[in-house]
Write a protein that binds this ligand. Structure first.
Ligand SMILES: C[S@@+](CC[C@H](N)C(=O)[O-])C[C@H]1O[C@@H](n2cnc3c(N)ncnc32)[C@H](O)[C@@H]1O
Length: 277
């Protein structure tokens, strides 16, 4: 893999402690869905698995337990702060099977036919070169190796029921902000085809998202994100203060009303395998 960088690289959502905590919370909210995906992908003992765009390494640590002492997890992220967090935890908890690296995915050199598994969760939506990346990842997989990509498609489906016009405007603004930073919250609409075009067999495509009712962890999941992200949208003139006020009014009202619910942003899990054994 490429050399480490020293300067902090901040992605759209930042790399401060609040974002680290949000990612840890998010990891736990979706833990059951992710664990079942890892099992379906065949991630197991003794394997060499790349966790690409690993962030603070919440999934990397889980994967290190799965591959065990005879396996290896390569954890890569552009954020030096997040990688330091993972290294600290991995040292404290005595993991000898995690190799972590500060590197942009665009600069990452991977040996062909070297990996049993690749895990790419909530990364692709921030990139503008998704297809080229999938092609490189397909080359890096061993024959029989598996790629699991977990990300958004059709983000505009995210809505409150009964409908909130303020949330609809916010969802539009979130998508615009992603596009302005060269990402896309529709990326998983393309990933399946990119995998097939890279010569991988697409084994499964599943929508792991669903509805959420007030009081549940999945209700709190977008709330935590919006508490942090609405100020960014407002500062960048993508929404106005009235919309924010109307939205939190709607949110609080729905929370108190029996029968209200959320349609969460669709999260698509795509599992693809390199032919051969
Ligand atoms: C939403 S976080 C997801 C982290 C982790 N995959 C997870 O599921 O918890 C996205 C991560 O991608 C990293 N990232 C964004 N663009 C990147 C790039 N071009 N190269 C490497 N890492 C990148 C960010 O630093 C951040 O840690």
């Amino acid at each position: 893999m490429a050399d480490a960088m020293t300067e902090e690289q901040e992605y759209l959502l930042g790399t401060d402690h609040a974002e680290l905590m949000r990612l840890g919370f998010q990891h736990r909210v979706w833990a059951a869905e992710c664990a079942s995906g890892w099992q379906q992908a065949g991630f197991s003992q003794g394997q060499k698995i790349l966790d690409l765009g690993c962030g603070p390494g919440f999934a990397s640590l889980d994967l290190a337990y799965i591959v065990g002492n005879s396996g290896r997890v390569l954890a890569v992220d552009e954020s030096a702060r997040f990688i330091k967090h993972l290294q600290r935890r991995s040292e404290q908890e005595g993991f000898a099977n995690i190799e972590s690296k500060v590197c942009r995915v665009e600069d990452l050199k991977l040996k062909p036919n070297s990996l049993d598994g690749i895990h790419v969760r909530w990364l692709l939506c921030f990139l503008d070169q998704g297809q080229a990346l999938i092609k490189r990842l397909a080359q890096a997989l061993k024959p029989g190796g598996t790629l699991l990509v977990f990300d958004y498609f059709d983000y505009r489906a995210f809505s409150l029921a009964p409908r909130s016009k303020a949330l609809d405007r916010i969802v539009e603004a979130i998508q615009t902000s992603w596009r302005q930073s060269n990402g896309s919250l529709d990326v998983q609409g393309d990933t399946g085809q990119w995998c097939a075009q890279a010569g991988l067999d697409v084994l499964s495509i599943e929508n792991k998202s669903n509805t959420a009712r007030p009081g549940s962890l999945k209700w709190r999941w977008p709330e935590v994100f919006l508490r942090g992200y609405l100020p960014y949208l407002e500062t960048n003139n993508l929404i106005d203060a009235d919309t924010v006020e109307d939205f939190w009014g709607d949110w609080t009202q729905r929370e108190k009303t029996d029968g209200s619910y959320l349609i969460l942003p669709p999260l698509l899990e795509i599992i693809a395998r390199k032919p051969g054994t």
